[in-house]
Design a protein around this ligand. Structure first.
Ligand SMILES: [Zn+2]
Ligand SMILES: [Zn+2]
Length: 319
């Protein structure tokens, strides 16, 4: 029996303003938390659930994340991380942080000597800043992590509108290398000539892949042919020629793997996505080009905080 099953999937991205009163110094501050919720529905013969179920599930998941979740955000006044934040993020794995690598990190153990931020977490803004300091209105530029990695929250235009390859004004976008677990693809700004060059490289790579798949059966046929020839002539040389054939096959595969490996790395791209957390939209990007890293990092520092959080801050200032 053939059962026709269709799976639908949906994703929603949303943001919420979280207001916190610091349990250590009583300062009030806000940050904007971003989450992505996904849902899937499965229909058998088109009966049962459908794409609407997927959409509903995604909306429910997003709502749950936004209501229950908290980000690990330091109090902008004293640097303390609220205990509830630490508890709710205990299972989150950090590939780098000022307090080490792993999960169940407790940044408060180094208080007050060490202050810092977890990578990709939002900028916190003090409410009722009575003293004459102007509250931050821009996003905090990300820390530069080992191996020139930046953790970027992919929510608005975090990448500057300039080509990531050459720095010229961007007219289009290019998809970054597809990675396991990174789906849908992430695109970044590029100029048309760099985008065209990338497309050309991709076409060449596909041709090489094609050639590799066809050369493997060829090697097999060649081996078979020579073995037949050898066994007809004399049996004494069989072992020797089999060894020779194996070496030849290994050599051919090695050469192909070399070409394939080289082109698939796409050395011309100045950055690579190392990891993507789809729940928080925190993307770890490794830069091979330090100028590109500096441009992206500086750009993030000029991005204003979202309209929502700015309005929230304006509304809660004492008059
Ligand atoms: Zn505090
Ligand atoms: Zn370019």
């Amino acid at each position: 029996m053939l059962i026709h099953v269709t799976t639908f999937s949906a994703a929603n991205v949303g943001a919420v303003i979280k207001e916190v009163t610091c349990e250590k110094c009583a300062a009030r501050f806000v940050y904007e938390m971003i989450r992505r919720g996904t849902g899937s529905g499965t229909a058998i013969y088109g009966i049962g659930s459908d794409s609407q179920t997927a959409a509903n599930e995604a909306a429910e998941a997003l709502n749950r994340f936004l209501v229950d979740g908290e980000d690990l955000v330091a109090c902008p006044q004293c640097g303390w991380f609220q205990e509830s934040m630490i508890a709710k993020n205990a299972t989150r794995y950090w590939y780098w942080s000022p307090w080490g690598v792993g999960n169940r990190l407790n940044p408060n153990t180094t208080m007050p000597t060490k202050r810092g931020h977890f990578p990709g977490t939002p900028t916190a803004v003090l409410l009722d800043a009575h003293n004459n300091t102007v509250p931050t209105m821009f996003q905090r530029p990300p820390d530069i992590e080992p191996d020139n990695v930046l953790s970027i929250r992919m929510f608005q235009n975090e990448f500057p509108p300039i080509c990531i390859c050459c720095g010229q004004p961007a007219t289009t976008t290019v998809d970054l290398e597809p990675q396991a677990g990174i789906n849908p693809a992430i695109s970044v700004p590029a100029c048309s000539s760099c985008a065209e060059a990338k497309a050309k490289r991709l076409r060449r790579l596909k041709m090489k892949l094609f050639a590799m798949f066809f050369s493997l059966p060829l090697v097999g046929l060649l081996t078979l042919g020579i073995m037949t020839f050898v066994s007809e002539e004399n049996d004494g040389g069989t072992l020797l020629s089999m060894t020779f054939m194996l070496l030849l096959a290994a050599l051919i595969c090695g050469v192909l793997a070399h070409f394939f490996g080289n082109s698939s790395k796409d050395k011309h791209m100045p950055l690579k996505i190392v990891r993507m957390d789809w729940e928080t939209l925190i993307c770890r990007v490794r830069f091979d080009d330090l100028q590109c890293l500096a441009r992206v990092r500086d750009h993030i520092g000029t991005l204003p905080l979202s309209k929502n959080i700015l309005e929230y801050i304006a509304a809660s200032q004492p008059c």
